[in-house]
Write a protein that binds this ligand. Sequence first.
Ligand SMILES: [Fe+2]
Ligand SMILES: [Fe+2]
Length: 249
Amino acid sequence: MAERSKADRKASGNGKVKVAAVGDLHVQEDAQTSYRDLFGEVSREADILVLTGDLTNLGKPKEAELLAEDLRACSIPVVAVLGNHDYESGCVDQIAATLRQAGVYLLDGQATELMDVGFVGVKGFVGGFGSRMLGSFGEPAIKAMVAESVNEAMRLENAMRQVRAKRTLVVLHYAPIPETVDGEPPEIFPFLGSSRLAETIDRFKVSAVVHGHAHRGSYEGQTPGGAKVYNVAMHITKPTGRPYALLEI
Ligand SMILES: [Fe+2]
Ligand SMILES: [Fe+2]
């Protein structure tokens, strides 16, 4: 079957854009898992692929190269953010360059518009949820940690302000709400995300939010302001019955 043209894709689904979203691929150097078939499949099922971080397992340049090779099987645009695992080996610039060279719209505090949808991407950070969030008090190390969490929320806000499209998908690695990390041990909730992200999101009108990171969390939730949130980590059971979620934006 001939590949659908960009115009056809835009017209499909009553003018809505079909987004396939998956996170936590954790590509490893031994290349035991190939995502080629999965990328081929999403190219037939969706208009755009969104990857929500932890693209590599240990943040090694070779892992990013293997992912870039697999992404050749993907014939639709790819939007991504990085995750904490992508930082592990201190090679984040190299990883980002490899993915951008492969044509990935890698977002780190920016927005990009594709098919009339604004994609806003930031990794996010830890810190916890609601009134139990870690506060900026005490040792400089704690204050630095909270400052990083606040900084990621501010970068998300700046990126949101760049959006001109009427529909917006927010792409994160860390969770903005506790509902979608439910299923993980409660002791690690504060390391899975931060409500500061949800507070920022709720200052804007967004179509949906996707994130990963909480491999044992729950698929669906919403921010206090009512924005739909989906945990699309590949380990999470989804309505598609596949590792990726399909969202109409
Ligand atoms: Fe992960
Ligand atoms: Fe992660």
